[in-house]
Write a protein that binds this ligand. Structure first.
Ligand code: ZN
Length: 244
């Protein structure tokens, strides 16, 4: 089974469509949260995701838009975008976001937006935070998003060491599961933050445990134009072309 793993679409339909096209054939999507927030197409992105068989979990923006967490916890631009998004949501989109769980376990995979320890809010940016989080899930793999930065944390169960690495783009990589466990972040589709403005995602051959990390260009100007028309914050529009 071929899984398309994506996270942090952030209502960026142009980026989502580019990923869907670039991914080729797949059997299912696993979405790691923040389908909405920041971008101009929240309803269209939810509708598009629902065109496919998929698993999805909630992110902090999804909950912020719903009012399940206080918007005071967001920075001013994110708060403004969340308020705008809340006004746009159709009842169907609202119900869909309400239905998303905080965490999912699927076979040998745990899915959590931020981290297995604190699924909605924690950022796993460093090995030290990753290492603590390996004690908060029991499967071999945990898939996370939230930082919008692609990375793989590898935990050695014999030495208790945790290392961070990234594989090259568009090369299948096999993970060694006899000795190691992994926390994997595919990067962000709709608002990459690693200095590369291209949408990021991963593919997974579920039976073989073979991953592939990919980046794909999309029409950034088209998304920016919609954001300007919607009156979304300038900083959120500008950052898309910088990839941060
Ligand atoms: Zn996000």
């Amino acid at each position: 089974m071929r899984i398309l793993i994506l996270s942090d679409v952030h209502a960026n339909l142009a980026a989502l469509e580019a990923v869907l096209q670039d991914a080729g054939n797949f059997d299912m999507i696993w979405s790691l949260g923040d389908i909405v927030g920041y971008g101009p197409d929240p309803n269209a992105c939810i509708t598009r995701l629902n065109d496919f068989e998929h698993l999805a979990i909630a992110g902090n923006h999804d909950w912020g838009v719903l009012g399940k967490i206080d918007l005071a916890d967001f920075n001013p631009d994110a708060r403004q975008a969340n308020l705008w998004t809340r006004e746009q949501l159709t009842p169907q989109s609202f119900a869909y976001l309400q239905s998303l769980p905080e965490k999912l376990i699927q076979g040998d995979f745990t899915l959590a937006h931020g981290s297995p320890r604190h699924p909605i809010w924690e950022y796993i940016l460093h090995e030290s935070i990753a290492k603590i989080n390996f004690t908060h899930f029991e499967t071999t793999f945990c898939l996370v998003g939230h930082t919008h930065v692609p990375i793989i944390f590898q935990y050695d169960t014999e030495t208790s060491r945790c290392l961070a690495a990234m594989p090259p783009e568009r090369e299948p990589f096999q993970l060694e599961t006899n000795r190691y466990r992994y926390i994997i972040n595919p990067g962000g589709v709709g608002q990459p933050r690693d200095g590369d403005p291209r949408a990021a995602y991963m593919l997974l051959d579920l039976e073989e445990k073979v991953f592939e990390y990919r980046r794909v260009s999309y029409d950034i100007a088209a998304t920016q134009k919609k954001m300007r028309a919607a009156g979304l914050p300038f900083r959120l529009i500008a950052r898309l072309e910088l990839g941060w």
